[in-house]
Write a protein that binds this ligand. Sequence first.
Ligand code: RET
Length: 289
Amino acid sequence: MVQASTVESVVLQVSQSDMFEHVLNDAVLGSSIYVNIALAGLSLLFFAFLARNVDDPRSQLIIVSAMAVSAVSVASYSGLASGLTISILEMPEGHAMAGETTELAHSGEEVEGTISLWGRYLTWAFSTPFILLALGLIAGSNITKIFTAIIFDVGIMITGLAAALTTSAHLMRWFWYAISCTFFLVVVYILLVEWPEDAKAAGTADIFNTLKLLTVVLWFGYTIWWAVGNEGLALIADAGITSWGYSAFDVVAKYGFSFLVINYTINNVDTVSGGAEYGATSDAIPADD
Ligand code: RET
C-alpha cells in the first residue's frame, strides 16, 4: 500500500473502480447521485401510472417526451455512480483549482486534480431536447422552431462538456463556456419570444408561461452554478456541494417540470390533441392497442 504520509504528493492513475469507490464513500457526493437515481426511477413509474389511460397520439407524444427526461436521468446518474463518466482532472494554470489535490474517500490517497462529473453535460445533450420537445408541442410550435431550439440546445451541452474537459489552457475553458452561453441565448429567445406567441394561438398560454418561467429561471441557474462551482471560478470549491446544486436543480427542472407537463396533458387532452391520426405515417392506421 502507498504510504501517503511519507511522500509530499502521490500521483496516481485513478481507475474507474477508484471513482466508483470514491462516490460510494463520499457521503455528500454519493448522495447527490444516488438520490437522483431513485427519484428518476420512481418518477418514471409514477408518470406511467398517471398517464395509463391516455390514448390520444399527440398527448401521448408530449407525455413520452416528458417521461424520457427521467429515463435519461436514470442512465445519466448511473454513469456517474459507476465511475464511468466521472474523472479527476488537473486544471490548467490560472484556474482556481490548479495544483489542487483530491483525497480519495475510500483509500485516503491524494490525487492531483479536481473531480469533474462531466457525464452530466454529456447526458444533458440527450435529456434537455425532450424538455424542449414537450414545451414546443405544448406551445403548438412548428417543426422549424422546435428543431432550432433542440439543435442549439444540444450545442449548449456539448460545448459545455468541452468547457469541462478542457485542461490545455484556462482561457479555452471559458471560450467554450462563452460559445455555450451564446447557444443558450438562442434557446432563451425561442422560449421567451417565439413560443409564447404560438402558445397564445394554441390556447395553452397559461401552462406554457408557467413552464417557460420555470425553465428559463432554472436553466440560468445551471449556467451560473457552473461558473461558480469547482469547474469554474471555484467559489464553491467542493465537488460534492457543486454536484448537489445540480442535483437540486434537477429535481425541479426534470421531475417537477415533467409532472406539470404530464398533469396538464392528462387533464387537457382536447386542447393538445391533433386528432386520432396525428403523426400517422401511412393511410392504414393500425390500432395501437
Ligand atoms: C453549462 C455550462 C456552459 C454554459 C451553459 C451551461 C448550461 C446548462 C444548462 C443545463 C440545463 C440542464 C437541464 C438538465 C435536465 O435534465 C453546460 C452548465 C449555458 C442550461 C435542464
